[in-house]
Design a protein around this ligand. Structure first.
Ligand SMILES: Nc1ncnc2c1ncn2[C@@H]1O[C@H](COP(=O)(O)OP(=O)(O)OP(=O)(O)O)[C@@H](O)[C@H]1O
Length: 233
């Protein structure tokens, strides 16, 4: 089967400091791929480079058969790439409803019915529609950031450290939501995390990243059996 995402020799840097040192991997349609790595290993840099927030110095990113390596963010979004950034970037003075409308603005087709469709998978947000984004808990903000991204109708969601600073009770709800989305939407996902339990619950496969390089791959069977050593160490 053709890959949905094909990343080859990807390099990126901040100024003269190289961070991604040649990243290679592919993602199949419908796959949830985990990327596990400690602080500062380049996980966020990889997500930002895939989305186009940071230019690639070398290598290629092909998405859905199109070379997107040099495309600006909005064109990648229109092709079906969506990023839920680390820190969530909720508009704190806008209501939940208004935050969702902001997501709609980058959708290929600005159809307000998309919001209702998305909310069907986020019952907790339905009760909070008029609340200010800044008055939500961290977990509720994470659900909102995910729902806002889904309003762009992505095929591939890049989810950057969703459990950071979130209470365990709502982490379970995020896992259930993500698994339900996998079934109901035709969705693929890259989940960057340090939380091993979270990534094990969701991923079909996990890649380890160290110092800007993919260091290993763990299958779902090995994940469930607790055999993760070489990827994340
Ligand atoms: N805007 C920036 N300018 C310069 N250096 C940066 C910038 N953002 C990140 N870095 C550096 O790039 C390296 C990789 O950072 P990155 O945020 O990609 O790591 P990470 O694996 O996502 O870590 P974390 O889990 O802490 O978010 C780190 O050494 C970091 O200090």
């Amino acid at each position: 089967m053709n890959a949905l995402l094909d990343v080859e020799g990807l390099r990126a840097s901040y100024g003269r400091v190289p961070i991604l040192m040649g990243v290679d991997f592919t993602l199949a349609p419908g796959e949830y791929l985990g990327i596990l790595g400690h602080n500062g290993m380049g996980k966020t840099t990889l997500m930002r480079t895939l989305m186009g927030h940071l230019p690639a110095d070398a290598g290629a990113v092909r998405f859905s058969g199109t070379d997107v390596t040099r495309l600006p963010i909005h064109q990648r979004a229109r092709l079906g790439l969506g990023l839920v950034p680390q820190g969530r970037e909720i508009f704190s003075t806008l209501s939940v409803r208004e935050n969702l409308r902001m997501g709609l603005a980058s959708a290929p087709k600005e159809d307000p019915r998309i919001i209702d469709d998305v909310l069907a998978d986020f019952p907790r947000l339905v009760r909070l529609l008029d609340r200010r984004g800044g008055a939500l808990s961290g977990g509720e903000q994470q659900l909102l950031a995910l729902a806002r991204c889904l309003c762009t109708r992505p095929k591939l969601v890049l989810l950057d450290e969703p459990t950071e600073g979130i209470q365990p009770s709502i982490i379970e709800e995020i896992i259930e939501t993500l698994l339900a989305l996998k079934k109901r939407w035709d969705l693929s996902m890259i989940i960057v995390e340090q939380n091993l339990d979270f990534i094990t619950s969701l991923s079909d496969r996990v890649l380890g990243i160290q110092k800007g390089r993919i260091t290993g791959e763990v299958s779902r069977e090995d994940l469930l059996a607790g055999r993760i050593g070489m990827a994340a160490a």
